[in-house]
Each structure stands twice: as C-alpha cells, then as structure tokens.
Design a protein. Structure first.
Length: 58
C-alpha cells in the first residue's frame, strides 16, 4: 500500500523549501560582507571629494 500523505502539509513543506531556495539564491546574489560595503562607501566618498575639488567656482 501507498503511504497516506496530508496534502496541506505537503504543500506547506514544498512552499518552505521553495522559500529557502529563493533565500539562498538572494544571499549569493545580493549578499556582501560588511568590509565590502565599507570599502565601496569609502571609494564613493573619495571619488565625490575628488570631483568636488576640481569644480570651478563662478
């Protein structure tokens, strides 16, 4: 005989598994370490300062 499966529970388990898989993909795609974020912010600030220093005043 086949095992009896509660369809509601199976649907919830599948939804959880799909949600976990999507979260894992997002962590890889969007996730950056704190050091990477700080480095990017510092580079952006330095570039902004460089541009501001070379502007002419009217």
């Amino acid at each position: 005989m086949a095992d009896i499966v509660n369809l509601r529970t199976a649907r919830k388990q599948k939804a959880r598994a799909d949600k976990d898989a999507k979260a894992s993909e997002n962590r890889v795609f969007f996730g950056r370490t704190k050091a990477e974020k700080l480095k990017e912010a510092a580079e952006k600030a330095r570039a902004e300062k460089h541009v501001e220093a070379h502007k002419r005043e009217d």
